[in-house]
Write a protein that binds this ligand. Structure first.
Ligand SMILES: Cc1ncc(COP(=O)(O)O)c(C=O)c1O
Length: 426
């Protein structure tokens, strides 16, 4: 991370105003593994280990020789993978005497997960929820309130950055980048308060690796090793959680050539059409610069239903793996993603979150490719959440009202172009 005012590397101590000490230690830790404290393990027992399910009905329906597995994180209390890190972050902050956490949420999955974790460890939670999701997903808002959180539509009038953006763009539907700026500003203005991020940072990806480690044990128990690993990507955390333990495993003693595919939305194509350079994590440019694939911190995506895939950047570690060709990017629009999700629901019974639908579309495409080539590949996806709160998306899909949203190049050129020349290697 680079401090934009000096052009120098950020000293982790400088980030202590917004993150707890242990989380910062984990962020820069050179250790290959970090033990999970007993209190977090006990909280995980509410839903972990999660099931790894073979999609046999879907395999038959597609007439594919491929073996399709999904690691189902929708069984968590809030219905996604997000509590894996929410519980850890709440725990470490509580241990350091913190009383309140501020955060942002897109789809509401992260906000509800941190609200849940706050209720477990007795922390106040203040959530800045992207306006379009606040309006599209009223029940996620209720869920956060039920766990005791304070939920604010973003951009709001509670922060200076929110007021500035509302003045400049009165009709804005909001973005994760804006909501992050608000949550960070608010954290800096309150005592005994830290900020909590649901993706992108290395400590978040680390907490998610519990899913990949479990998957490895579960697949080992049936003598399987994946040929293809797939996850959808917003900031990169659920994909990394599944993929990184396998990527590390491949470095040790390459047992097999595994392909890693990260799937994003065509409405916010940071890894397939963005550029790899230093950018801020937020729209208000409060955060340090991170080297990542980005479509620019000023980018405001169209209001797609997969709210969690609307982030302008990508986790720096995942960006690096993509840059080196170890992870392949792919993008689908929300219409083809939900079409795949409906096929999945009709065969496997589970209605996927719209974000997850993008991973499912990639799995189905791989299965169909195997059908053509006759390859019996083992394909594993991280099924990041259920879509029980996303019926408005499915309603729009069933009525044929969903827009595919293919982003025009001029919009990317504009928001990426404005970064060029601003920072050292941009
Ligand atoms: C269900 C679900 N899947 C995927 C994502 C994308 O986030 P990440 O890339 O950090 O896993 C989100 C983000 O909100 C989500 O709610």
């Amino acid at each position: 991370m680079i401090d934009p005012s000096t052009g120098e590397s950020v000293n982790p101590a400088a980030l202590e105003a917004i993150f707890g000490k242990e989380l910062l230690r984990q962020e820069v830790s050179p250790k290959p593994t970090i033990d999970i404290p007993q209190e977090i393990r006990e909280a995980y027992l509410l839903w972990r280990p999660t099931p790894l399910i073979r999609a046999t009905r879907l395999e038959k329906y597609l007439k594919t020789p491929a073996k399709l597995y999904y690691k189902y994180e929708g069984v968590s209390p809030t219905g996604s993978h997000k509590p894996n890190t929410a519980v850890a972050q709440a725990y470490y902050n509580m241990r350091e005497g913190i009383e309140k956490l501020t955060t942002e949420t897109g789809a509401g999955q992260w906000g509800s997960s941190l609200a849940f974790a706050g209720s477990l460890f007795d922390l106040d939670i203040e959530v800045y929820m992207v306006r379009v999701s606040y309006e599209q997903k009223p029940y996620r808002k209720t869920m956060m309130k039920l766990y005791g959180a304070d939920v604010v539509p973003s951009p709001s009038t509670r922060t200076e950055v929110g007021k500035r953006i509302r003045e400049k763009f009165p009709d804005t539907s909001g973005s994760l980048g804006i909501a992050i700026s608000e949550a960070v500003e608010r954290c800096l203005s309150l005592d005994n308060t830290k900020y909590s991020l649901g993706s992108v940072l290395s400590h978040v990806l680390l907490h998610q690796s519990v899913t990949g480690q479990e998957t490895m044990e579960q697949l080992n128990s049936v003598d399987e090793y994946p040929d293809t690993v797939i996850g959808c990507v917003g900031g990169g955390s659920n994909f990394a959680g599944l993929a990184y333990p396998y990527i590390v495993d491949q470095q040790k003693k390459p047992p097999k050539e595994t392909e890693f595919i990260a799937v994003e939305s065509t409405a916010c194509p940071s890894i397939s059409r963005g550029e790899y350079l230093y950018d801020h994590g937020d729209t208000g440019r409060i955060t340090p610069l991170m080297k990542m694939f980005t479509v620019g911190h000023e980018f405001v995506p169209d209001p797609i239903h997969a709210g969690g895939l609307r982030y302008h950047g990508m986790a720096p570690s995942l960006s690096m793996l993509i840059k080196h060709g170890m992870v392949k990017p792919r993008a689908y629009n929300q219409v083809e993603a939900l079409e795949a999700a409906v096929t999945f629901a009709q065969q496997e019974g589970i209605i996927p979150a719209p974000e997850t639908a993008h991973a499912i579309k990639a799995m189905i495409d791989e299965a169909l490719r195997c059908k053509e080539t006759g390859e019996a590949k083992t394909v594993v996806i991280l099924m990041s959440g259920h879509g029980f709160f996303d019926m408005s998306a499915y309603e729009a899909y069933l009525k044929g009202e969903l827009q595919p949203f293919e982003l025009p190049q001029e919009r990317i050129n504009k928001t990426v172009g404005s970064l060029k020349g601003l920072y050292p290697d941009a």
